[in-house]
Design a protein around this ligand. Structure first.
Ligand code: ADP
Length: 340
């Protein structure tokens, strides 16, 4: 069975075609600046030899109300994505666009959403609830859902091979957007993302954890509108907000090396928060056997890895793994499982 995995970004489309269950990669293409999705998808389909047919398309979709696992994309799934647009506006917009384009070009093709929340469905209630009125959870579904599920799930698969059945680990997906997951015996136990992707460790240009009352403070005391505050939290915070340099860690490290103090601060705040989540998760799990790093920063930044591993050395013998991200294979596997 041939499964096409489609990654949709704001201006990019990435395709990987797998023959499953053999996991043989038949084709891979990345389009960096697509004028529109329809042209991009049609261009890609033209590159496939005539004898190669696609049996299903899998998407690394983010969030859909009431659909948190792996689902054939029907009207209810699409409505759920639209309903929770306010939680993940950027991500859901792109995936809805990609899904609707595929529906137009290939109306009979099974489309499967492997939601980023899937891996986190094993988080226990005591960890996924917020200290808010319980009715908010009952009436509006307000709770921690977690994201980067395909990435953390891939890491858990590799850790299962390396560590066996019983272990306690933290998976650190560190990139343009970063999150950590506590993993016990291959299953997710807690994660640093919440209901939205606007919390946890500092992000490239989005905020991480902060005192929620500052939203009211900036509105009532500083006179900012809620829209302005939302934009600053989404686009002018994180690495960019602290350093004033940019949202890419490479630029921050360069500026830090030239003595830019706010760049040094941005690096330290990020590395400290990553370390802090590991410590919190280790205490919650009652131990820590391994820390795994993945994503653009996790795989490439020795500075971040060294900071973290030096700070947790007091915990004793904690193994460190660097695991190159492979989210698409998880989407292909899950899509294949559902189709079968
Ligand atoms: P995304 O999360 O957007 O998919 P990636 O996982 O590819 O992106 O991570 C991108 C980030 O990785 C960049 O913003 C950059 O900060 C960081 N990065 C990539 N290479 C390095 C490096 N050699 N050193 C430090 N940071 C790096």
């Amino acid at each position: 069975m041939n499964i096409l995995v489609c990654n949709a970004g704001s201006t990019s489309l990435k395709f990987r075609l797998f023959e499953m269950p053999e996991e043989k990669e038949l084709s891979v293409k990345k389009y960096e600046r697509v004028t529109d999705y329809e042209t991009g998808i049609r261009d890609y389909l033209k590159t496939l030899p005539e004898n190669v047919k696609i049996d299903a398309v899998g998407f690394k979709t983010v969030l859909s109300k009431d659909h948190y696992g792996v689902h054939l994309i029907d009207d209810a799934v699409i409505k759920g994505m639209e309903d929770y647009m306010v939680v993940a506006p950027a991500h859901n917009t792109f995936y809805l666009k990609a899904i609707n384009t595929f529906k137009k070009i290939m109306p009979d093709m099974p489309l499967v959403g492997v939601f980023e929340t899937n891996f986190h469905r094993t988080i226990p209630e005591v960890n996924y609830l917020y200290p808010l009125p319980y009715e908010w959870y009952e009436n509006y579904g307000i709770r921690k859902y977690g994201y980067h599920g395909a990435s953390h799930s891939y890491v858990a698969g590799v850790l299962n091979e390396k560590l066996g059945k019983h272990y306690k680990a933290v998976s650190c997906h560190l990139g343009g957007s970063s999150s950590l997951s506590a993993i016990v015996d291959g299953k997710c136990f807690d994660t640093s993302f919440g209901m939205s992707l606007q919390c946890g460790v500092p992000q490239g240009n989005r905020c991480g954890d902060f005192d929620p009352y500052l939203v009211f403070f900036m509105h009532k005391y500083a006179g900012m509108s809620y829209e302005e505050i939302e934009t600053e939290l989404q686009k002018k915070s994180g690495f960019l907000g602290i350093s004033g340099v940019g949202n890419d860690l490479r630029d921050i490290l360069k500026a830090a090396a030239c003595g830019n103090e706010r760049a040094v601060l941005a690096f330290k705040m990020y590395a400290k928060e990553v370390t802090g989540y590991i410590g919190r998760f280790a205490a919650m799990m009652g131990g820590l056997d391994a820390v795994a790093f993945t994503g653009g920063i996790g795989e490439n930044s020795e500075a971040v890895r060294n900071y973290v591993m030096n700070h947790i050395r007091f915990m004793g013998d904690v193994k460190m793994y660097v695991i190159p991200a492979n989210e698409e294979i998880v989407v292909a596997r899950e899509t294949y499982k559902l189709m079968k």
